[in-house]
Structures are given as C-alpha cells and as structure tokens.
Design a protein around this ligand. Structure first.
Ligand code: GLU
Length: 489
C-alpha cells in the first residue's frame, strides 16, 4: 500500500472532550504517527445552537493536555455548507437523490402507521416517483422541500477493520434526508463530502456511528468514489458494564489533569481502552505506543473504564521519572497548596528533587506527592485519625517510645548514614526496654502524621534534625494534652 494514511478527528463541539472522544482522537493520532501519515482536525459545528466557542476551546485544551497534535485544520464544517449543497445538487441531477415535499404531518402519520403495524419506520418513498422536471419546478417556485437520498435495492457492506464483514439490508435504511428544507446539510452528507474533500483514507470512530456507515458508503458510491477504510472502535463501559456516563467520571478529560494524573499516564490508559500491543506490556510511553499501534490490534469487545488501573498506571509513570522531572511537575502544586512558595523551592531545589525522588514511589497521583511531601516542610503536622488509632492508641506506651526517640535524636551524630542511624536507635531502644519497632512507629506518626511514609531514617534525614526535634516535642505535648482531657472527661 503506497497511499499515505490520512485520518481525521471530527468532534462535534456540543460538549467537552470526554473520555470516549479523547480515545477516538488518540487512536487516529497514533495511527497517523505510526504510519507517518496526516491527522486532520475537523470541528463539526453544524449544530449552531449547541456548538459554542467555549466548547471548541475545551476540546483544543483537552487535545493539548494529551499531547495530541494535528497536521491540518482545524477546519470548521459550518463553513463548508456550499460544498455540501453542491454535492446534494449533483446527486439530484444524477438521479441519486430527489426533492421531497412531504409535510411534517404526512411523515408523522406514516410513522404512526408503522408503529401501529409494529414495524420499524422507514420513509415510504412517496416523493421518489415524482417527475423530476415537475419536482424542480415546485422547488424553484419556493415550495418547501428536503432532499432525500434514493437508497437502491440490495445490501450495503464493508470490511470493518475491527468487526470484519459488516452488512446492512438497504430496505432497512430507507430514503434518508441529506438536505433540510432550510438548505442545511444533514450529518451523513456533510461527513461524506468532507472526508472525500479531505482525502481521508481511514475513518476510525466509535461504534455508535456504525449505523451511519452504510448511508455514507451509499453516498460515496453515488458520488462515484471508493469509500475509505472503516474501523469502528467498541464503546467504553463503566465498571458496572453500563454505558460510561458522568456518574463513572466521564467528564472532560482535563478533569483528570486537575485530579493529579500525568498526561503520559492518561494517554497510556486511554490507549489500552480497546487496544493492546499484543504482548504483556502495559506501561508504555507515547513513543512506545506510536511504535506498537496498529488498527488491527483494536479489540472487538467493549472496554471497561477502571479508575484503579488509571491510578496504578499513573504511579508507574511517576516512579519512572527522575526526582528532577517529578519536582518540575510538582512545584506548582506545592505552591498552590501553600506548602512553600516559589522562592523557598528555588532555594532548596536540590533538596526538593531528593524529596520527590523519595515520595514518588509511594504516590499514585500528583496529589499523593503533595500529601506525602507536605510533612517534610516546617510547621505543624496534622495527625491522621487512622495513624493515631493504630500507633498511638496506648498513650503511655507512645509517650515512652517518643521519649526514647528524643533521647536518640539528641545523641545522633551520624545524621544521613541510614545504617548507623538505625543501629544507634536500636541500641538505645534495647537499653530503654521499649521495642525498637514501637519507637519507629510512634515516630512516624509524630514526624508525618501518617500511617505510611518513606523509611523512618530517610524521612528524618530529609526533614533535618531541627524539624525532627520540633515534631517530637509537639507530639509529646499533644499526647499529654489528650491524656489530660481524657482524664478530665
Ligand atoms: N462529529 C461526530 C461526533 O462527534 C463524529 C463524526 C465521525 O467521526 O464520522 O460524534
């Protein structure tokens, strides 16, 4: 095959870029980049009431976050009405389409009769038999009319890259409208004319468009051109196997940026919704996805949107970044959370990179980084109730453990040598008769407020002796206060 691949992403800007649309955009982008082909962006804004500039901007923002770039466009379908009407005229001239003068009431009556007979409704074709010269005269005389495509007898089929041989009986399609009475093109005509003009070779889109495809193939035939290759991608379902909805988080993809996901991880996640590389790889960079992507590997089964998988992938991508890379991403989040200002982070840049390297392995999202990183900055920590419950339940024991910790910190001279620090603590704990494990657990809560943290000696080293001393003192005071209030109660 020597024809260069030309694909398109053709969103209707009647909503934000959601997960399904983003996945369609991504598959087209991956196929274009894999083949060295061209991706065209076409905004299908023919629904003037529902398409707003805000929605268009939202889609562009979403694509930008995902790193999906395009080579041609954005073209606006609304500006191509003349081309669509021209094609409709050509189809009328060649006898493949005809003006229809049926009134709304007549069509409603036809529909009701079909329902009464328990048949699915298709237009009766009443106006198809009109004499063309007579029909043209009525049209020119200003009588309101739509234009319908004259669906021939037989069957329309194609070899779908995903679903294989797919066929529709033409009589189930019925003569469909291609031009409204106000001259506005209907979706199937506009898409076909645009795909043709833009020399699209592969149409990759959601399964929800399968029933449009035979109509578009019929239009291609009547316009005398070969249709492109079609690949219909199965729908994305929620974890409960129902259609993905807002309830499942089917919101603007940029909401995932706000929730602390990395663009590379989100792209990786989207790519695996209905596609697989054919080996057991799951964590893949954009470059690896481009390298491995083919339309043939799109699966025919619907894909399930699993947030836990997304979180896991995000953690994997995070842990593969260097401390410096994570620091660059995390910096604005720390500033935003008012944990530190730009100046402080700039002054302690190397320390902050080490800190990010330390906490990234236990973090799934960027918010986890912030929460795990927070206690390493000076200031009071908040003791998480689950941590208190688990490690400070016995206040007397916790206090004696923290007393050992204070004594240990006061005498520690090998700050930063993790093994020596551990040996020193264990020796002191043994002398004091408090199990070393208890000392470390009680310290973890005192230093971080949390149940889990990086290793206690790494944590101490990253915090530095001053912060550690302050935290231990504050924890003992807090425990004493709690004991007093319990005694008083
Ligand atoms: N504009 C259509 C939509 O957003 C897609 C058209 C197509 O891909 O053919 O659903």
């Amino acid at each position: 095959m020597s024809t260069p691949v030309r694909v398109r992403f053709a969103p209707s800007p009647t909503g934000f870029l959601h997960v399904g649309g983003a996945r369609t955009a991504l598959f087209n982008w991956l196929w274009a980049r894999h083949t060295g082909g061209t991706l065209v962006l076409r905004i299908e804004d023919t629904d003037a009431q529902r398409s707003t500039d805000e929605m268009i901007q939202g889609i562009l923002d979403g694509l930008e976050w995902l790193g999906i770039d395009w080579d041609e466009g954005p073209f606006h379908q609304s500006q191509r009405g003349a081309r669509h009407r021209e094609a409709a005229d050509r189809l009328v001239e060649s006898g493949s389409a005809y003006p229809c003068f049926c009134s709304v009431e007549m069509l409603a009556a036809e529909r009701e009769a079909a329902i009464a007979r328990k048949e699915s409704y298709v237009y009766s074709g009443r106006c198809r038999g009109l004499d063309p010269a007579e029909a043209a005269r009525r049209r020119e005389g200003g009588e309101p009319s739509t234009v319908r495509f004259a669906v021939p007898a037989g069957e329309t089929s194609w070899e779908d890259v995903v679903h294989g041989h797919t066929a529709f009986e033409n009589r189930t399609i019925g003569d469909f409208i291609i031009l409204r009475s106000d001259g506005a093109p209907i979706y199937n005509l506009a898409v076909t004319v645009d795909d043709l003009d833009m020399r699209i070779t592969h149409v990759v889109r959601g399964d929800d468009h399968i029933s449009n495809t035979p109509k578009q193939i019929l239009l291609y035939g009547a316009l005398g051109v070969e249709p492109p290759v079609f690949a219909h991608v199965p729908l994305i379902l929620g974890p409960d196997k129902s259609k993905l909805s807002k309830r499942h988080g089917a919101v603007a993809v940029t909401a995932y940026r706000e929730q602390g996901f990395l663009s590379a991880a989100f792209v990786n996640f989207l790519a695996l919704l209905g596609w697989s590389p054919g080996d057991d790889r799951e964590v893949m960079t954009r470059a690896e996805l481009i390298e491995a992507f083919t339309l043939e590997r799109i699966t025919g089964k619907s894909a399930v949107f699993d947030v836990e998988k997304l979180e896991w992938l995000n953690g994997q991508h995070l842990s593969r970044l260097s401390g410096a890379e994570v620091a660059a991403i995390a910096k604005p989040l720390f500033v935003h959370a008012r944990i530190a200002d730009e100046a402080e982070l700039a002054r302690r840049a190397a320390w902050f990179e080490d800190l990010m390297a330390l906490v990234k392995t236990r973090s799934r999202t960027l918010h986890d980084l912030v929460e795990q990183g927070r206690p390493f900055f000076p200031g009071p920590v908040e003791y998480q109730p689950d941590a208190v419950e688990k490690f400070w339940k016995d206040a007397a024991l916790a206090d004696s453990a923290l007393a050992v910790a204070e004594a240990y910190v006061a005498g520690e001279e090998q700050w930063g040598d993790l093994e020596a620090m551990e040996a020193g603590l264990r020796a002191l704990a043994e002398e004091s008769g408090v199990p070393a494990g208890k000392v470390m657990q009680a310290m973890r809560v005192a230093l971080t407020g949390q149940r889990v943290s990086p290793g206690i000696f790494e944590t101490m080293t990253a915090m530095g002796p001053d912060v550690v001393r302050d935290r231990l003192a504050a924890a003992r005071a807090w425990l004493a206060g709690r004991a007093a209030s319990q005694a008083g109660a």
